[in-house]
Design a protein around this ligand. Structure first.
Ligand code: UD1
Length: 417
């Protein structure tokens, strides 16, 4: 299994190009199930989750081509299977995104329940509730959601928790339902608006995306189109922290700084100097790094997917900070590895208390999930000596050649195959 070796202590400088957003690309690929035509996608990041999604779509029977240059062509003329098997769903929970589109177009779907994962229980009850409100029947049998419907109809659906993939699944299903669907307390992450934009280009009638209430008027059929995926705000945020933690000076290019407003504001509070341009921003790290509290919340607030990276930064803060995680109940696994590197972190339920200013020292550490692995790379950039990060496949799920991008900025980092 691949490992990443980092020798800490280098200040990062230069510019880095951000890839397309994995979390926008995955629902876009699932949307190909809604039409017989070809969907042409651009700016798809060539990361492991995308390849898993391609495999899933191919198993379903879709012509799915995804290239390393970021282009994809997907055509769901007909399918030979209605199933998303456990083997694929267990490695990528976003596979649940085929449930809504498959049910809308073929009136049945069989999708493995994802189960828990390293960051929490992660139920899909709201996906099921919404589809049932639209007239589907969903049974859980042998660990699978078996869904069927005579035909979906529009409905008012209030989600009691903000769910990103839940909103996406129901929005896709509603495009082909009869009548109007209202999704209330919907997620308003940029990835939702990107999907809504794609669906509109396919002929769907959607408005209100980007707000808490999305209205979808069902249409008889959708057609193909060409769509460019938005840049990955979490990758951009990860590089922003890499600049701040190494007291470096990095221009993060090909991204949308507006999508990172909360993250950049938070980094600004820690002392980093941020200069925003329309499709890039520059981060100059400060000395000292100021310890500042943060709470994760749904967009537009500070994202849970940046919590681990921010914790790495706070280990270098000038005082004590508290990170409150409100989205996932068990998302502090990285703290235990950072403690092994010398960090002073106490976990108390959904809060982590970080006493900054402790020098980190390189160690052998284990990545437990995607963003946790990124945070360990960031911690390693400032640790004394050598850090070995194991289970790098988590990192590869969502970051395209992160070690090469960091090395170009001056980091002493390499992948050991
Ligand atoms: C998506 C992102 C993930 C991010 C998360 C929160 C993708 C592919 N993944 O995951 O990177 O960390 O949003 O921003 O886009 N919940 C329920 N019932 C449900 C669904 C969710 O209670 O049916 C709860 C979850 O347990 C969690 C919260 O809602 O506490 C948010 O989860 P959700 O937004 O659904 O996360 P994902 O869409 O899986």
């Amino acid at each position: 299994m691949d490992k990443i070796r980092v020798i800490g202590g280098r200040r990062l400088e230069g510019s880095v190009e951000i890839s397309g957003a994995k979390n926008a690309a995955l629902p876009a690929m699932a949307a190909s199930l809604l039409t017989t035509d070809i969907l042409y996608l651009e700016n798809i990041p060539y990361v492991r989750d995308i390849l898993t999604c391609r495999k899933l779509l191919q198993q379903i029977g879709i012509d799915a081509e995804v290239r390393e240059n970021g282009t994809a062509e997907l055509r769901a003329a007909e399918i030979r299977s209605h199933e998303a098997p456990y083997e694929l769903v267990k490695t990528m929970r976003a596979a649940i995104l085929v449930l809504g589109p498959m049910l809308a177009r073929w009136k049945k779907a069989r999708v493995s329940l994802p189960g828990g994962c390293a960051i929490g229980a992660r139920p899909v009850n709201l996906h099921i509730m919404g589809l049932e409100r639209m007239g589907a029947r969903c049974d859980v049998v042998h660990g699978y959601i078996e869904a069927s419907a005579e035909g979906l109809h529009g409905s008012y659906i209030l989600m009691d928790t903000v769910t990103v993939t839940g909103t996406e699944n129901l929005m896709m299903a509603a495009t082909l339902a009869e009548g109007e669907t209202i999704l209330d307390n919907a997620a308003c992450e940029p990835e939702i608006s990107d999907l809504a934009g794609l669906l509109r280009s396919m002929g769907a009638r959607i408005d209100g995306d980007g707000t808490r209430t999305i209205r979808i008027e069902g249409v008889k059929e959708l057609h193909g189109c060409r769509h460019r995926i938005i840049p990955d705000r979490i990758e951009a945020g990860t590089f922003a922290v890499a600049a701040a933690i190494t007291r470096g000076d990095v221009k993060v290019c090909n991204c949308d700084p507006q999508h990172l407003a909360a993250v950049l504001a938070q980094l600004g509070q820690t002392g980093a100097e941020i200069v925003m341009e329309p499709d890039s921003f520059r981060v100059r790290g400060s000395e000292p790094i100021l310890s500042r509290n943060v709470t994760t919340q749904p967009y537009p607030a500070f994202p849970t997917d940046m919590q681990a990276q921010y914790m790495a930064l706070m280990t270098q803060g000038d005082g004590t900070s508290v990170i409150t995680e409100t989205i996932f109940e068990n998302r502090f696994m990285h703290a235990l590895e950072m403690i092994r590197m010398g960090a002073d972190i106490t976990i108390d339920g959904r809060q982590a208390i970080i006493k900054g200013g402790k020098p980190l020292t390189g160690a052998r550490v284990l990545a437990s999930d995607l963003r946790a692995s990124a945070s360990l790379v960031l911690a390693a950039l400032v640790a004394q000596g050598e850090t070995w990060i194991d289970r790098v496949y988590h990192l590869d799920r969502g970051y395209y050649h992160i070690e090469e991008k960091l090395a170009r900025l001056g980091a002493n980092i390499e992948r050991i195959v």
